[in-house]
Ligand binder design. Structure first.
Ligand code: ZN
Length: 254
């Protein structure tokens, strides 16, 4: 059913959560928009104006790596100070209460970790843009370290000092292999939850689309909180098309 208004939505959601042992939040860009981070895929979003750099172009071209890092630092200046919103804090509260063992996210902004959920319990399907990794030896680099070398070299992306591999934000780019461990854990969590809570995701981008269906097939209930309709609204037990922060905020004080 589609919740007719905000108070009903909050009540129904609370009932679903109270009557569940394991709640699995699955989050997309919509949970972070109130933090000032735009949905890159939305109409008018950055990706409709500036095509993302595919993985094969990143690894085959120094100028593409330079461009990727130039864009990343421009984003840092715009969104680098973003803090967790009401939705993130509510899910962190569910985690602390033992209701939600982990969160699956399509977001790369690190805001679930910033809200207090341990990194080990945040399953990132698209990686994380707040730090970088060497594509060869997997050594981690922090953004200020990359930026200092980038600036000193006049806007040239640095390579790994240890192995000369390319250094890239820890995100999954188009054309890059999905993170196997995250995909496996997301599948296991989905199969063992009894409430799948899709929040702020259009559930269109693969692999996101597969999880709600998997949860329903295993007998879990499905709640969808999203501004726009999704392809799974028909099979959902509860559909809420309201402001995510307003819907989730009351969960902080159960
Ligand atoms: Zn390396």
């Amino acid at each position: 059913m589609i919740a007719p208004d905000l108070p009903t939505a909050v009540d129904r959601l609370r009932d679903l959560i109270e009557s569940s042992d394991v709640v699995l939040p699955f989050t997309g860009a919509g949970i972070s928009t109130e933090c000032g981070i735009p949905d890159f895929r939305s109409p008018g979003g950055i990706w409709t104006k500036m095509a993302p750099i595919p993985f094969d172009e990143f690894v085959s071209s120094q100028s593409m790596r330079d461009e990727a890092w130039r864009r990343r630092f421009a984003m840092q200046d715009q969104f680098g100070d973003a803090r967790p919103g009401r939705g993130h804090r509510a899910l962190a509260a569910l985690h602390r209460q033992g209701k939600a063992p982990a969160v699956i996210t399509q977001n790369i902004d690190n805001l679930h970790q910033d809200s207090g959920i341990p990194a080990a319990n945040v399953i990132e399907l698209h990686g994380n843009t707040t730090y970088a990794l060497c594509l060869d030896c997997n050594k981690r680099y922090e953004l200020p370290w990359v930026r200092e070398r980038f600036d000193k070299a006049g806007g040239r992306a640095p390579d790994c000092p240890h192995c000369s591999g390319f250094i890239k934000t820890a995100t999954i780019s188009f054309g890059q292999a999905m993170p196997e461990d995250a995909m496996r854990r997301a599948g296991e969590l989905t199969e063992s939850c009894d409430l799948f809570l899709a929040i702020g995701s259009s559930l269109v981008v693969w692999p996101a689309a597969g999880f709600p269906l998997m949860a329903k097939r295993r007998g879990a209930r499905l709640a969808i909180i999203n501004r726009e309709a999704t392809d799974f609204d028909d099979i959902a037990d509860l559909v809420i098309r309201d402001d995510i922060g307003a819907v989730l905020e009351p969960l902080m004080t159960r």
